[in-house]
Design a protein around this ligand. Structure first.
Ligand code: C5J
Length: 223
């Protein structure tokens, strides 16, 4: 593996030093991607997210083969809901609320089947899994410390959904000084138009809070 590569991205290519780069896979959980979970209770068509699984798996495989840092995140709450703000639990008119029993266990609760990561992207032994109560992966988690300890400067970001947890995490990371490259085909939204505009928002204005690239560009740079 070369020490660094020029990664094709928008609005401009960037130098990536692999030793200080992490792959961050946001919330690829059954609760968002499979029927019967949190995403579906909100009225969403969960099949919209499937397209991100294969490209995300390709980048994950390449990161593992190169021995690079992989971090998975999961959105969810403690069984007693002590970390779930009432404003989040009580919002809207979902078919089931956070904590209610559903076909994959209690909705968005840590330890339940629905909270786990989808089979195709399941964390390997030793990979870091960050459990987060919010949309952003830095809020009330150890992610900042984990990245600091390892000297990480650049994040390649995948996951769901583009305009919610991916955006929130990238905005948090950008403010903390990380260079964030969002891999377009490795992310998805229940609303394809939000996905497209979400990516535009990141890369506009000279890359106002990040870059946008793709799985094929990362694979090309790594090989
Ligand atoms: C949402 C997420 N959309 N992971 N969570 O509620 O994007």
């Amino acid at each position: 593996l070369p020490t660094k590569n020029l990664l094709a991205a928008e609005p401009a290519p960037l130098d990536v030093t692999w030793a200080n780069t992490a792959l961050v896979i946001i919330d690829m959980q059954r609760d968002f991607l499979e029927p019967g979970g949190f995403g579906e209770t909100l009225g969403n068509d969960v099949s919209q997210l499937t397209r991100a699984v294969r490209p995300c798996g390709d980048v994950l495989k390449a990161f593992r083969a190169a021995g690079l840092l992989v971090i998975h995140t999961r959105e969810g709450h403690l069984p007693d809901l002590s970390d779930a703000p009432p404003a989040k639990i009580e919002r809207g008119a979902p078919s089931l609320r956070i904590g209610d029993p559903g076909p994959m266990g209690r909705i968005l609760i840590r330890g339940e089947a629905g909270h786990d990561i989808v089979e195709a992207l399941y964390p390997a032994n030793g990979e870091i899994v960050i459990d987060k109560p919010g949309k952003g992966a830095f809020y009330a988690t150890e992610l900042g410390d984990v990245l600091k300890q390892r000297g990480i400067e650049t994040l390649l970001v995948c996951g769901v959904t583009t305009e919610v947890c991916v955006h929130t995490t990238v905005r948090e990371a950008n403010d903390r000084g990380y260079r964030c490259v969002v891999l377009a085909d490795c992310c998805a939204s229940y609303f394809p138009e939000f996905h497209e505009m979400g990516l535009c928002m990141i890369k506009a204005q000279g890359g106002i809070f990040g870059w946008v690239s793709s799985s094929s560009e990362v694979l090309a740079a790594l090989n």
